[in-house]
Design a protein around this ligand. Structure first.
Ligand SMILES: [Mn+2]
Length: 346
């Protein structure tokens, strides 16, 4: 018999209140953050397949599109995109009873959906593992120690004592969320509890081998070539234990870049012995910004680093950022800031 160790979840009185709210059919909207990743889509669809069994009327609205390697999940075709269907989405948001916001904790992270969500009178429920949540929701389940929001959705369902409703659809989606946010269960956010619930999800029908294949082994030839270019453009600053990759818009164009193609590239910097801090700078002519991802090993806090210098944030070992300078100026700024962190880059 499998022993699941539950993490601290919502406060008990909140769980009772939420259980009560969900006890009869409601209109529910589930929202991931802009540029949704595997955890965002996996946790939204996992929650969707759970709630649908309680006879709710549910719509997932993503702010914008996401990579093809996330589109195999059951229920994917029912997801609406705010960017291409804003009138319909706004009307659904204004008429819904409940809004779940998953894998983010500040409404600006939904981009153009922010106003619509702010204006909505619906009961808002946040489930998220990022630092420093904003105060916009009626019920909050926030825990920065969690591997992923998908793991939290599992604990949320457990707390509602509805584990028997975790069917194969729920299990496949939640597995995908946990897997992508833990780098396939190797990042330090992976706990023994994570492995226990993953085992339970496999027992309940998650097809683990197929999920790994669908997410990681469906590269196009051009994406693989773009990875080659990225690795050629990888620079190492040994004294600062830092590695960074630079990709220009023309690099992207040369290999027919599609959304999601650069996903995971930043992690290659950290595979070099002695490197504890990795960054990738990607030029986006369309958005007129440089998109940045930061990763670290150990105690170097990339969330703080990005908040302080590159208008972003996230987790201690994984964060995003952006810059309105040119690509070259952005990289120069990065290199000029680094020496002040030398004592913490260990
Ligand atoms: Mn996440």
């Amino acid at each position: 018999m499998l022993l699941i160790v539950y993490s601290p979840c919502m406060k008990n009185e909140d769980i009772i209140a939420v259980k009560n709210i969900l006890s009869n059919p409601k209109k529910i909207v589930i929202v991931p953050h802009k540029n949704p990743d595997g955890d965002a889509i996996g946790s939204c669809l996992g929650l969707y397949h759970f709630l649908v069994q309680l006879n709710h009327d549910i719509t997932i609205i993503a702010p914008n599109d996401y990579p093809h390697f996330l589109k195999w999940m059951p229920g994917n075709d029912s997801i609406l995109l705010f960017e291409t269907d804003s009138k319909k989405c706004e009307s659904i948001i204004q008429n819904t009873d409940i809004i779940f916001t998953l894998d983010f904790n500040a409404l600006f992270r939904t981009g153009d959906m922010e106003t619509s969500l702010k204006d909505s009178k619906a009961i808002k429920i946040m489930i998220d593992h990022h630092q420093k949540p904003d105060d916009y929701s009626n019920y909050v389940y926030s825990d920065v120690m969690m591997s992923s929001t998908a793991e939290m959705v599992y604990h949320f369902i457990s707390k509602l004592s509805l584990n028997h409703l975790i069917n194969a659809e729920v299990a496949n989606c939640l597995y995908a969320g946990v897997m992508t946010d833990t780098g396939s269960f190797r990042f330090p956010n992976t706990s023994s509890t994570t492995h226990r619930l993953i085992a339970d999800l496999i027992d309940k029908g998650a097809n683990n081998s197929a999920i790994h294949h669908n997410v990681y082994d469906t590269n196009s030839y051009q994406r693989t070539q773009l990875l080659g270019r990225a690795l050629n453009n990888l620079h190492v600053l040994p004294d600062l234990k830092t590695a960074y990759i630079v990709l220009s818009q023309s690099d992207l164009n040369e290999f027919n870049f599609k959304k999601g193609d650069t996903e995971g590239f930043v992690n290659y910097g950290l595979t070099i012995e002695g490197i504890v801090f990795a960054a990738i700078f990607i030029e986006s002519m369309q958005d007129q910004i440089i998109k940045i991802s930061f990763r670290s090993k150990g105690s170097f806090d990339v969330n703080e680093f990005s908040r302080a210098h590159f208008g972003g944030g996230g987790h201690m070992n994984a964060a995003g950022g952006k810059s309105e300078l040119s690509l070259l100026q952005t990289v120069e700024k990065f290199i000029s800031i680094l020496p002040q962190y030398k004592s913490t880059l260990t």
